[in-house]
Design a protein around this ligand. Structure first.
Ligand code: PHE
Length: 341
């Protein structure tokens, strides 16, 4: 065995090892149990003492120097591999993260809140009422004659003979008066249902906001002032309101309320919103019909009087945002909805 050749070959292989795993293979080949150098060391015993000492010293020196070389190379490689891992595993915390899309309030809900905020600001108490209600609350106690057309099954969804999906939020008037004595300053909001064929201004389910005030000395002037405050808060400080005679079974007198057009001023073109009228109908209202107090306890028509109003949230949203068809509000097309987000 040519020791010098063996050592220089081993040195070359150690230097050439490009990774820890490759170097370990070299170590096994050069210094492992079956390596020629190690086998030669084991065979020293069979040599005579003179030769053994000289040969042994050479072999051991060669082994130690190779061991040192392997160790040094192993440290070099481990360091380089650590560097490489640190480089490739690096997390750049300055990169922008993945931002989850943010939700936003649906326009119907947003409009509902805007309107209720106005009445909460006036000091009204918020109340809730059931969407499924009895014929008593939806019609009878609201003074509807037994023959009133809106009772028909073609107009109203009946759950059974005396239970309906409420057609308006007005039943909450009766429920509120039943629940406690005057004075009452309440607002309520919620879904209502009518068997309307859907079109640009009707859907079978819609959202209403109702207000009821009962106190001593309440007049139509209070109603008008209240609705003027509401109209200005929602449609702009320049607005005026106009009351036109109308009919509802549960108010007397009853009115339809118009707000001065807020669209005409936007540009000079013929106004789509009011069709050149200058006024836009926004709600129904009136003085509480004294008959209603007969359906509840503790309300004396000689002592108190009141007003009530009801409006469609989709209609208000549609007018405010110039939406040509309120069905868009229910189709949930994000391309449409997102502009109000
Ligand atoms: N409930 C009526 C409707 O749905 C609106 C209204 C409410 C009218 C309160 C007068 C008073 O059309």
């Amino acid at each position: 065995m040519d020791l010098d050749a063996l050592v220089s070959d081993a040195q070359a292989r150690i230097a050439a090892a490009t990774g820890s795993a490759a170097l370990e293979q070299v170590r096994i080949d050069v210094l492992g149990r079956k390596a020629p150098l190690v086998l030669a060391l084991r065979e020293l015993g069979s040599l005579d003492p003179e030769e053994r000492r000289a040969r042994g010293a050479d072999l051991n020196r060669a082994r130690r120097s190779l061991e040192e070389l392997v160790d040094r190379r192993a440290r070099e490689l481990a360091e380089a591999e650590l560097e490489e891992r640190l480089r490739s595993d690096r997390l750049d915390v300055t990169l922008p993260g993945i931002v989850p899309p943010r939700g936003y309030t649906h326009l119907i809900e947003g409009t509902r809140r805007d309107i209720l905020d106005v009445f909460v600001g006036f000091g009204y108490r918020m109340v809730d009422g059931p969407e499924i209600d009895t014929v008593h609350y939806n019609f009878d106690a609201l003074n509807h004659a037994p023959t009133h057309p809106s009772r028909q099954v073609t107009d109203t969804f009946y759950v059974c003979d005396d239970v309906v999906l409420r057609t308006h939020t007005s039943p909450v008037q009766i429920r509120t008066m039943e629940a406690g004595p005057p004075p009452v300053y309440m607002a309520t909001a919620g879904r209502c249902y009518r068997r309307d064929t859907p079109d640009a201004t009707h859907t079978a389910m819609f959202t209403q906001i109702e207000g009821l005030v009962v106190d001593r000395g309440i007049t139509l002037g209070h109603l008008k002032g209240t609705l003027l405050g509401f109209a200005r808060a929602i449609f702009g400080a320049e607005r005026e309101v106009r009351l036109r005679p109308h009919f509802f079974p549960f108010t007397e007198p009853s009115v339809e309320v118009d707000v001065s057009c807020f669209n005409c001023a936007r540009d000079g073109s013929p106004c789509r919103v009011c069709r050149g009228e200058g006024w836009v109908e926004i709600l129904g209202a009136g003085m509480v019909d004294p008959n209603l107090y007969g359906y509840v306890d503790g309300y004396d028509p000689e002592e108190v009087s009141g007003f009530a109003f009801g409006m469609g949230v989709e209609r208000v949203a549609g007018l405010r945002h110039d939406i040509p068809d309120i069905r868009l509000l229910w189709e949930n097309d994000l391309r449409f909805m997102e502009q109000f987000g």
